[in-house]
Structures are given as C-alpha cells and as structure tokens.
Design a protein. Sequence first.
Length: 406
Amino acid sequence: MKKDIICFCTSCDICQKIKLPNFSRYGLLMPQPIPSHPYESVSLDLVAGLPWSNDFNAILVIVNRMTKHSQFIPTTTGLSAEGFANLFVRHVACRFGIPDTIISDRDPRWTSDFWKAISKCLHTRMSLSSSHHPQHDGQMEIINKKVEIMLRAYVAADKTSWSDWLHLLEHAYNQTVHASTGFSPHFLLYGFQPKDTLDFLSPLCGGHSPQVALLRKNEQAYMDLMRFHRDSARQAIAESQVKQSDAYNKGRRLLQFKVGDLVLVNPHLLEWLESKGEGSKLVQRAIGPFAIQERVNPKVYRLDMSDKYSGSPVFNNEHLRPYHASDESFGPRDTLPDTRPHLEALPEYQVERIVGHKYDRRKCQMTYLVQWEGYSPLYDEWLMAKDLRNALQRLRSYRQEHDLTA
C-alpha cells in the first residue's frame, strides 16, 4: 500500500506543475574542446542596447578560443545575415583563416539558411546554444561583461562616444595576461608583447620585453618556442577547465532522459508568455508534458511540441523536469487546464516522404515539397524546415540524401 500511495502522489498532475522542486541543481558542466591552434574555433556574440555612436548601436564580439584574442567590432542591430557574414570574412577569414567551429547563441542571424549555407561551403560547424542557456559559452558572456565595464569607465560623460574608445579597449584587453592561459592573447597569437606607454615609465625605458626577444632567434627556434608556449597555454586552459568543472559540479546531480520520456518545461526561466503580466506569480511553475524527441547531447534535448510554442524546441535539462504519468489503475484524475487556450494549434498530419526542394527567394529559406500519408499528390505542400520540426528524421534523411545544408 505504501508503494501505491507514493506512486499516486508522485503522479499527481496538479502537484507536479504548481510546486517548485526542492532540488534544482541538475546537470554537470561539459567544457568545450580545447582548440589546437589559433582561430581554429571562435565564439561570436552581439552586444546590443547601446546608444547610437557614429552610426553604430551594437558591438560584434569575436573571440579566438585558443589564445583568447578578441575583436570588438562596431556594427548595428539592423545588419542582415549577409552583412554579418561580410564582417566575419573581413575580420576573421581574411586575416586568420577559416575556423573549423563557430560557437554562438540562437540569434536569428546565425540560424538563417544563408548563414548555414555559408558554414557548409566553408566546411565550418556551427555550434548553437539551446534556448535561454548562456552558459553554453560562458567565456563569451564574461568578455561581454568586461567590455561593458570598460566602456562605463570611459563614456560616463558622453555615452554616445563609446565607439571612439572601442579600438583602444580591444588593444588593452588583448595585451593583458589572461588568467586561464598565463599569457596575453596578443603574445600567443603573434609571438611578441606589444610595447605600451607603461614601458616608458619603467627604469628600463626603451628596453625590450623578454617576449620580444623571441623575434631575434632563428626561425626554427622561434617556431619551436611558440609551439611550446601555445602547448603550455592549452595545458593551462585544460587545468582551468578541470578546476571550473569541479567547482561547478559540486553539489549537482546528473539528470538524463531517454527518447519518449515525458518532461515538463519551466516557462519562467524561458520567459514564455505565461511568465509575463500581472498574474505571472500565480502561473503554474511547469508546463507540459512534452515527449523527448531527440537527445542532442547528455544535457540538451529536442521536444515534440506543437506550433503553439514558437521558437526552438531544443532545451537544456536545467529547464526541464521529469513528468510522472498517472497509472491507468488509478482511474481518471484532475489535471490543470491548458495555459494557452486562446491559441489554436494547427492540425498535424503524418509525413509520408519529402519529394522535392527549392530555395524560396522571397522567404530567403529552403522549402520542401511534402507528401502526406493517406493523401494523393494533389495535396502535396511546400513547407519550410521549421514546419517539419516534428518530422526531423525524415527531413535529415532527405538532406543527407541530396547533400543539403544541415
């Protein structure tokens, strides 16, 4: 009887959705792989919400993950995906080569078909974060914070002058020794430490830094020494990752799901419609259940969701909690009503196969000709990839078969 009582209480739909869990520190840290050479892997993000300054109102931040070398590029939030691609080619590809991986958030500019096509042509893999999970690239969030802190110190008198200081702040950041590598980003990238005004205030005015002496050595010795310093930096980054993982994982528990498991989603952490407005405090703490459609990695899952819920259906397990369905032997039980009764989900049909594709210039998206199960070809319909998110396997198989962008 005790076991049945526990099972009955655990599977209460109302209790699971309105109560906060006593423990929420789920999921262990998964550090990003350490690149082997400069600009093999880069992170990029957009610092928005800035006042207009010389026709700019945002900063494109690009970080080389191996040397920590950073670029602060003034731009605008209205720039298209093509515009950002031009900036990327000008400041990264033409100067340091094409990276193997690019890490970013789920900004519409990075998730567009145009940017995906560019990534495929350049054989570059895009690593996008899950919804509302900035921890995916904690390094970028820290650098964004530092950029904002540095700007506040210089633009207090005139906030519209921030673009005039940006290149100076970039130089100052790149010649400062990084805590993770033990070297300055500029030194690890170029092999020498640039001279600044502080060098002229030292007793050895006009002298050279020991790091500049590297340039006096012969070519082979110089390359060997640079390789040694970069290997030392990679070892230091690995040690930092171990320390960060130990600190982050302390007191946390591993939480994993299987395909087909039912889960609840926290609308407040994701800033969904339910979490906004005057009555947000009285809204249930979890919404669902939704079935796990795919396990992207041990911490990220794709859910089977209707079009009532716009945006990406990919979530980190920090936003999920397991849902315990009530056993049929308990009979019918009370459940909470739908939180979005005013929205009507479109009817869903089974996809029999995808028979064609074309690029829609008006929508700037790849579209697919879908044949529905149980219907004649007269009912075939052109749909975008986002409309087929619940037929993901068929879409992926078709893309692989026709060598299309993933």
